[in-house]
Design a protein around this ligand. Structure first.
Ligand SMILES: Cc1cc2nc3c(=O)[nH]c(=O)nc-3n(C[C@H](O)[C@H](O)[C@H](O)COP(=O)(O)OP(=O)(O)OC[C@H]3O[C@@H](n4cnc5c(N)ncnc54)[C@H](O)[C@@H]3O)c2cc1C
Length: 214
């Protein structure tokens, strides 16, 4: 499925020669926990080049899951290992870099990391409880929480927020993963121009993980 002819993506191409920008992507994801990788899985799987920046401080390394639907009992780090393998299999680019700044441009977003700058059309903030980047981007807040709509879009068009920065105490991995998926489907719907669903059919089910997901 090709979304590359979309207006936003066309504009991004005009930035490709800019000397100060060293990386280009359709979707910039900051944070590689359940929220960020869930978002990246959906966007990359459906044709949007997606880059995830992460410092591997996910709370999942402290967790043991007995309450993630479909998983009986699993160590949080083992869950992360599977999720990373899953997004890697779809071609998500993961970079172990801290994002230190983010700003909106006329056509998208620029993020600054410890090593480089990257340009993207959409931004998904998935930094857990850390709201610093949402603040510097100028997202609206209500009390201490980033304001989002049902698709997790913030007051800054094209910028999404997920997880503990938008939720008071509703801190469960499955909720964060759902936030990321909701953001991704909204981005895909915008690019497609109609409500988008990522439904697979049995014929292609075995391609990556085998018949029963092994
Ligand atoms: C002790 C403990 C036990 C838990 N047990 C459970 C449980 O049993 N079941 C359950 O569902 N949940 C549990 N949780 C909660 C669960 O871990 C979180 O809900 C989940 O990890 C949130 O996912 P997230 O993707 O929103 O954020 P996180 O998992 O926190 O991921 C955020 C990621 O963003 C990265 N990051 C932050 N800032 C930057 C930056 N500027 N640049 C780049 N990367 C950045 C961090 O390093 C981190 O990897 C537990 C949490 C704790 C602390």
């Amino acid at each position: 499925m090709g979304f590359g002819s979309g207006h936003r993506f066309g504009l991004v191409k005009t930035f490709q020669d800019a000397a100060s920008i060293t990386g280009m992507t359709n979707v910039l994801v900051v944070g590689g926990g359940p929220a960020g990788l869930s978002a990246a899985l959906f966007t990359q799987k459906n044709g949007l080049e997606t880059t995830v920046f992460d410092t591997d401080g996910t709370w999942m390394h402290k967790a043991h899951l007995f309450n993630y639907p479909g998983i009986g009992s699993q160590d949080g780090s083992a869950y992360m290992a599977t999720l990373r393998t899953q997004v890697d299999s779809f071609g998500v680019e993961r970079r172990e870099q801290e994002v230190t700044d983010v700003s909106a441009t006329d056509d998208g977003f620029v993020i600054t990391t410890s090593e480089d700058e990257y340009e993207g059309s959409y931004l998904i903030l998935a930094t857990g409880a850390d709201r610093g980047l949402a603040e510097s981007l100028g997202c609206a807040f209500e009390d201490d929480l980033v304001e989002v709509d049902l698709s997790m879009e913030t007051s800054v068009e094209g910028a999404y927020a997920t997880g503990a920065m938008v939720r008071a105490e509703e801190w469960q991995a499955v909720i964060s993963a759902g936030d990321g998926a909701a953001a991704a489907l909204n981005i895909l719907s915008k690019e497609k121009g109609e409500h988008y669903h990522d439904f697979d059919v049995p014929d292609d089910a075995a391609a990556t993980f085998g018949v029963d997901g092994e």
